[in-house]
Structures are given as structure tokens and as C-alpha cells.
Design a protein around this ligand. Structure first.
Ligand code: PLP
Length: 403
């Protein structure tokens, strides 16, 4: 007999998983090329060549013990490389601040285990990555959901302030954001820090940053450590180096964090007792070698531009995202019904409800340019169905396309 908790979770399932299964069904009926799958954030670029070079060199020049256990926080040389990459003249990050983890998901679980007592609350800003509630509940915490500002998806500081109470232990931020693609400015981070520090007890700011490098139009994500004192970064190379299957990331505590010493040690212990023990040995070495490697972000930028134009031309209301690889689009009807309708046109999209933001849908543009190009007709047909655009021969006349 499985636990009631898991039995309930199995029944409710995941909306993304359901789309994935629907996608497989449609692909088996119509063929891979006739289904436009925008449902999953799985990077389709191959990792940069530094990754395969590191793997070859590790395989060809093995060193004794390279497959053995190491310190639960990870190799010192890897943590030093990560710490150096986060340091600035103003903030020197020591290797003790870093714990190598099994992806960003592993980092978040180690961090939440380290800070939560049963019944403690964690503020989430909707829309947010749907696994956050699971991660919080894994450690007997209670998610408290605060919607972001309508349409801009920026933090609503009044809403956050009203949600903070004696049980608030942490707030999770994620910029660039999944699913909205929004990038927080330095000013937004500064305001958040001021608000958090004005509270009479310690609140941790957990910054989930797997999309940190995926920023377009020549912009950069501000360095969160420069702006937020009680900060814990959860990072992974899943998106930036296209390594999601290798499960490699880290948690980094701001050296200025009020609880730096105990907290960094607690995260290492959590990493161990959660069962991962340490992050994968080979890939610690790979990311150490490839610490300055970059994926070709311009490929994602091209896809963003392509898909944004197609969706707008089909009459949908959407903001151009600054980062990550998602468009978050206003749904012309109930988002669940809309996604079912899209599937009839072989377009696979995820309802905003999956991110606790009904009334929108998400498109992942980490798919081939060919898929995006070929999906144009399907978007136009859906737009036409909802009366968002009219079509005369090859020309589309947009009825309503506010930015
Ligand atoms: C916002 C966000 N956080 C965390 C994760 C999990 O990342 P990882 O695969 O590195 O555990 C994802 C994965 O899609 C994500 O979108």
C-alpha cells in the first residue's frame, strides 16, 4: 500500500506530463513532423564542445579514485572554480559557500530541507515552475502563493508584504522566469532585499537561476548576490550547457548571509541525507573544465523572435520575453479548454494553470526552427477559430494584438 500523500499526487498528476502523453499519442497517429510540440523545456541545442573535450580527456587520462566518493559538498577544485565565477571585487565567495548538487532541483531540495521546520511558509510568486510546491511539501513546508503584477509578471511588493507572517521562512524568486520569461532588474532585486530585511525575523531569499545565462537583446541578468543579502542561489547547467540529464548544479550561500556558517553546513548535510550523497563526480569535473563555456544563445534568440512574430500575427496577446526559453501567452478562453483545442490542431502547449496562473498558456521555444516555421499555419488556424485574426489568401489581418 502506498502512502495517501503519494496516492493523491498520482491521481492529480502533472499537466505537462499529460500534454507529453497526448503528444506521443498524436505523434503515433500523424507522425513526428506533423505535431508541433511546444510543451517541454528540454534544450534542443547540443552542449558546447568543451563538454565533450572534458569527457574525452577524463576517459583517456583516468586518475585513481576519480569514480570514488568525495566530500559531500563536492570536489574542492570544482567548488573553487564555481566560487571564483561568482566572486566580484566587492564579494569574495569562498568554496565553503558552494555545495555541488544534483541539478537545481537537488539544490532546492537541499536548501528547503535545511531551512524548513514543519508548518513553515515559503512564498511563491505565480506564475512559477510547478515543482516548487512539491519541493516545499517534501520538507513539510507550506507554499503561500502571491500573484505577480498582471501582465508584467513582476513582483507585487504589496502582495508579498501582506503575505509575510511569523511563519514565513523563505521566498523563492526565479529570473529569468519559467514560464513568463521575465527578467528582474537591479531595482527589483534591491526593493525585494529592502522589504525582506525590514521584517523582524530572518527570511531567506532562494533564487532559482537555471536560466541566468539565457538572456537576449544584449541584456544580462543582474548578479543577485550584489543585491540580496540573505540569498541562496540554486543553479544548474541543465539549460545553460544543455545538460539536464546529467543532473549537475549547485547551491551557493551569499557570504554576507546572516546565517552563513550554519546554513552552508546544513545544506551539505541535507545533500547527503536526502540520498544523493554528492553530485555526479564526472560532471563536477566537466563543469569545472567548462566553467566559462557558453551555448550559442543567439539560436534561442532567433527562435524567440520567430515564434513571437507567429503568435502575434495569429492575433494572440503576448509580451516578448527577455530571457529563458518560453513565451507566456494570454489564452482566449479557459486555458485548459484552450490547450485541448490546440491539440486538435496538433499544437501542444501547456496551460497557465500548471504554473498557478490560469488564463495563459506557455510555449517552449527550445525546439527546431523548422518546427517553429511549420507551426505557423496551425497558430493561424487557432487564431482564426477564436476570431483573433482573419485570413485572406496568404495574408493575415490581425484583429487584436496588444503587446
Ligand atoms: C525554473 C526551474 N527551476 C528548476 C528546474 C529544474 O532544473 P534541474 O533540471 O537543473 O534540476 C527547472 C527545469 O525545468 C526550471 O525550469
Amino acid at each position: 500500500m502506498i502512502s495517501k500523500n503519494m496516492a493523491d499526487r498520482l491521481v492529480s498528476g502533472s499537466l505537462i506530463r499529460k500534454m507529453f502523453e497526448e503528444g506521443n499519442r498524436l505523434k503515433s497517429l500523424y507522425g513526428e513532423d506533423s505535431v508541433f510540440d511546444f510543451s517541454i523545456g528540454n534544450p534542443d541545442l547540443e552542449p558546447p564542445e568543451e563538454v565533450s573535450r572534458a569527457l574525452c580527456s577524463l576517459a583517456l587520462s583516468p586518475t585513481p579514485g576519480m569514480h570514488g566518493y568525495m566530500s559531500n559538498s563536492g570536489y574542492l577544485s570544482t567548488r573553487t572554480a564555481v566560487a571564483d565565477s561568482l566572486s566580484t571585487p566587492g564579494i569574495i565567495v569562498p568554496p565553503e559557500a558552494i555545495c555541488m548538487t544534483v541539478g537545481a532541483a537537488g539544490a532546492m531540495n537541499a536548501v528547503l530541507k535545511s531551512v524548513l521546520d514543519p508548518g513553515d511558509e515559503v512564498i511563491l510568486l505565480s506564475p512559477f515552475f510547478m515543482e516548487y510546491t512539491n519541493y516545499i511539501e517534501n520538507h513539510c513546508g507550506i507554499p503561500v502563493i502571491v500573484p505577480t503584477e498582471p501582465d508584467t509578471f513582476l513582483p507585487d511588493f504589496q502582495g508579498i508584504s501582506a503575505a509575510i507572517g511569523p511563519k514565513t521562512k523563505a521566498i523563492v524568486i526565479n529570473s529569468p522566469n519559467n514560464p513568463s520569461g521575465v527578467l528582474y532588474s537591479e531595482e527589483t532585486l534591491r526593493k525585494l532585499n529592502d522589504l525582506i530585511l525590514s521584517v523582524d525575523h530572518l527570511i531567506h531569499v532562494i533564487s532559482d537561476e537555471p536560466y541566468r545565462e539565457l538572456v537576449y537583446d544584449g541584456k544580462h541578468a543582474p548578479r543577485t548576490m550584489d543585491w540580496i543579502r540573505n540569498l541562496i542561489i540554486c543553479y544548474s547547467w541543465s539549460k545553460s550547457l544543455s545538460l539536464p540529464g546529467e543532473r549537475i548544479g549547485y547551491a551557493a550561500v551569499n557570504p554576507n548571509h546572516e546565517d552563513f556558517d550554519l546554513l552552508s553546513r546544513a545544506i551539505v548535510l541535507s545533500n547527503r541525507i536526502l540520498g544523493s550523497v554528492n553530485a555526479p563526480a564526472m560532471f563536477q569535473k566537466v563543469v569545472e573544465f567548462a566553467i566559462h563555456a557558453k551555448s550559442d544563445i543567439s539560436r534561442y534568440e532567433t527562435r524567440r523572435n520567430q515564434l513571437y512574430e507567429i503568435v502575434k500575427q495569429a492575433g494572440f496577446s503576448v509580451n516578448r520575453p527577455d530571457g529563458a526559453f518560453y513565451l507566456f501567452v494570454r489564452s482566449p478562453e479557459d486555458d485548459m479548454a484552450f490547450c485541448r483545442k490546440c491539440a486538435e490542431y496538433r499544437l501542444l502547449v501547456v496551460p497557465g494553470s500548471a504554473f498557478r496562473c490560469p488564463g495563459y498558456f506557455r510555449l517552449a521555444f527550445c525546439v527546431s526552427e523548422k518546427t517553429i516555421f511549420q507551426s505557423e499555419k496551425a497558430f493561424r488556424e487557432v487564431g482564426k477559430y477564436y476570431g483573433l485574426c482573419t485570413e485572406s489568401s496568404d495574408e493575415i489581418i490581425t484583429k487584436s494584438s496588444p503587446d
